[in-house]
Design a protein around this ligand. Structure first.
Ligand code: ATP
Length: 268
């Protein structure tokens, strides 16, 4: 197995409260009558990369979308159980959802820069929050672009349209847009599936650097990527969490036959 990144991990059962970024407790979710997430419980550790894997349709994207309440946008979506972030059950009606979405950033499969300049893309969320002072915006844009390893490539053309950037640059721009809001948690839904292998590696190195400042949860279909980049991996099947372990253990000594069949490509 190609190992580029060092993983220093606890057993999933030993992740304590202080080390937990997201605690999922008996989460169930339905779209209409369809029971999509079935009694999921897990602790996702802080400042680590956790990969969610499993066959198409098993509920990975739905699960990460619970972490910033994106599923609320769909009529007919119901859920119960708890998701604790920063000591608060974010499934509660009392939660301020826009504040939650600032704290829990999300990046999707296809880079989706807004039709505006590179600069405006990065400071979009800050402006929505009411930040107006130009120097503050300039500093935030520079810092987020540096964290996303894009600054050197765009610093001389910040006011050009974001759409002139390559796919990999656009994906880093979208990551910078999320980072400008200083999220504690970054959700990445197949962030490299539309990118070539070199750009993918670049984004993986970026994720490894970013975990110092935030918790990363990534959905991926790419087993090599999950094994290379993540500290922990959770395998799902038909809406259930089948196996969750540190990635070294899950990819070399899975406990369940179903996990082994999936990671060795026998199905999926
Ligand atoms: N907005 C929605 N309304 C109704 N059903 C939905 C909705 N979103 C997802 N589903 C259904 O929920 C199930 C889980 O979908 P989800 O996208 O979470 O799976 P996934 O594991 O992320 O799949 P993939 O790997 O293909 O992206 C699927 O059966 C899907 O059709």
């Amino acid at each position: 197995m190609l190992k580029l990144f060092e993983h220093n991990t606890l057993n999933v059962n030993d992740i304590g409260e202080e080390q937990t970024a997201v605690e999922v407790k008996n989460l169930n979710l339905w779209f209409g009558n369809k029971h999509v997430l079935n009694d999921i419980s897990m602790r996702i550790p802080k400042n680590k990369i956790t990969a969610l894997i499993g066959q198409s349709g098993c509920g990975k994207s739905t699960l990460i979308s619970c972490f910033n309440r994106l599923n609320d946008l769909y009529d007919g979506c119901k859920y119960d159980g708890e998701i604790i972030i920063d000591g608060q059950n974010i499934n509660s009606r009392k939660v301020n959802v826009s504040r939650l979405r600032t704290n829990v950033g999300m990046v999707f499969q296809r880079p989706n820069p807004f039709p505006m300049s590179i600069y405006e893309n990065v400071c979009y969320g800050l402006k929505l929050q009411g930040v107006k002072i130009r120097r503050h915006l300039d500093d935030a844009v520079e810092s987020a672009l540096k964290q996303a390893a894009l600054w050197d490539e765009v610093k001389d053309r910040l006011f050009e349209s974001a759409h002139v950037l390559s796919g990999g640059q656009q994906q880093r721009l979208v990551i910078a847009r999320a980072l400008a809001l200083k999220p504690d948690i970054l959700l990445l839904d197949e962030p490299t599936s539309a990118l070539d292998p070199l750009t993918t590696l670049f984004i993986e190195e970026l994720m490894d650097a970013l975990k110092k400042q935030c918790t990363i949860i990534i959905v991926t279909h790419n087993m090599q990527q999950a094994a290379r980049v993540s500290d922990y991996t959770a395998f799902f099947h038909q809406g259930r969490l089948i196996e969750y372990a540190d990635s070294d253990t899950l990819f070399t000594m899975p406990e369940k036959k179903q996990t082994e069949d999936y990671i060795t490509g026998r199905y999926g």
